[in-house]
Design a protein around this ligand. Structure first.
Ligand code: NZQ
Ligand code: ZN
Length: 382
């Protein structure tokens, strides 16, 4: 077991109808005015918007709206939110939506109390302050509801970068699995890939790999697969939605990483460049990269790859496990090659350079993942 520190300050309120508590939760924390951040249209279609507004009004919480967050949230819209938050002097951020909405809300929480442009924090400036942020989750996938990360795309420079700080963990996140009934089969598939990716990245790259952590990961992966199949069959299956939701949160709230040594998020590193360059959904970028990277890496950590094949699919060989995961991604409708994502093979050079010069250098992975190595991986995704 590797030494570690674990600190997750987010309170979770889980269950049917719990979104109606949001006004009370804010009031109890002494919050008087929030920036209400949401996406393009889903919360208005499902009626959630009205319920949130009612709960805020009933509890005397003032709010300023910042709707229209797009999937793969962008810097320009984040900056608009920061301007509003500063002008209106809000004392918290309330984000209602999926990972994109939550991430933009977190970035606004940082920018709203800073005297410098928010992008500087994505370039490495340390975060020393942030408004408290609260969330109601409508799409479980990223883990943003219980972690200290936010990912934003700068449309001008085509960089998709993240911030990380204890100050941006949500104070409270509300989960009602019923709110996810309307998530489309396509986004459910991307969500499943993302949750699996968050756990297997460290599982496959660890150099200290405790059994407890391995079993936690395997439990999450199996739960994600099992519940996704049930959800695709019946989108209104409450228990499947509920287990999926919690599994996706546990996948990136820090718990699976504790005790592992040497893990890295290399598939995310490559996927973020695909997201920045082609604006593909995050889970789709991952399902293209993961089988290729696994094939490229399998002999560097054979014990973990053999274990994965056996524990997840009941198969004996590491290669069989990789093929089985790729087939499963395909079965649920996630793309598994650059072609599936409409990315021309002639772009491989450009993508490899993008990965290297943006994230690989920033994450300190550039010694192992040189441009040539990234190209080797991308050729396996053809
Ligand atoms: O904008 P609306 O209308 O709300 O529609 C969204 C969006 O079109 C829709 N949706 C959300 N909840 C719904 C719903 N549709 C019907 N019913 C509902 N209940 O789903 C679409 C996708 O939403 P989005 O928030 O973009 O998806 P996701 O949760 O997968 O978030 C992806 C973003 O999170 C980042 C990704 O890079 C990407 O930018 N990530 C954030 C992480 C973090 N903060 O820890 C880690 C991840 O690795 C990831 O990088
Ligand atoms: Zn992810």
């Amino acid at each position: 077991m590797q030494d570690f520190e674990f600190h997750n300050p987010t309170k979770i309120i889980f269950g049917r109808g719990k979104e109606n508590l949001i006004g009370k939760v804010l009031k109890e924390d002494g919050i008087k005015k929030v920036l209400f951040v949401y996406g393009q249209s889903s919360i208005k279609k499902t009626g959630l918007y009205d319920r949130v507004v009612n709960s805020l009004k009933e509890n005397g919480i003032e709010f300023v709206e910042h709707g229209g967050v797009k999937p793969n949230p962008v810097l320009s819209h984040t900056r608009e939110g920061i301007e509003k938050a500063k002008k209106e002097k809000v004392d918290a951020i309330l984000s209602v939506g999926g990972g994109s909405v939550l991430d933009e809300g977190k970035a606004i929480a940082v920018g709203a109390v800073a005297d410098k442009d928010v992008w500087q924090f994505f370039k490495g400036e340390p975060i020393t302050d942030a408004l408290p942020n609260y969330t109601i989750l409508t799409l479980a996938a990223t883990g943003s509801e219980m972690n200290g990360y936010a990912v934003i795309t700068n449309e001008d420079t085509q960089e998709k970068l993240s911030i990380s700080s204890i100050l941006i963990y949500p104070k409270v996140s509300i989960f009602n699995p019923e709110l996810t009934f309307s998530v489309s089969p396509q986004y459910q598939a991307y969500a499943a890939v993302d949750a699996i990716a968050h756990t297997i990245e460290w599982y496959f790259t660890c150099n200290v790999c405790p059994n407890l952590q391995n079993r936690l990961v395997e439990s999450i992966v199996k739960t994600v697969m099992e519940t996704t199949e049930k959800i695709l069959e019946n989108p209104y299956d409450y228990n499947a939605r509920a287990e999926f939701m919690w599994a996706a949160t546990l996948a990136l709230n820090g718990i699976t990483r504790t005790g592992y040594g040497g893990g890295v998020y290399v598939n995310h590193m490559i996927a973020h460049s695909l997201g920045a360059l082609y604006d593909l959904p995050h889970g789709a970028c991952l399902s293209i990269v993961i089988p290729a990277w696994m094939w490229w890496y399998k002999d560097k950590n054979p014990t973990q790859f053999e274990r994965f094949a056996k524990e997840i699919f009941g198969l004996n060989k590491k290669e069989e496990g990789i093929k089985a995961l790729k087939s499963w991604f395909k079965k649920i409708g996630a793309p598994v090659s650059l072609q599936d994502g409409n990315i021309p093979s002639s772009d491989i050079d450009k993508i490899a350079n993008h990965v290297y010069h943006t994230t690989a250098v920033l994450w300190g992975l550039d010694k192992v993942y040189t441009v040539d190595k990234i190209k080797e991986i991308l050729y396996l995704a053809l």
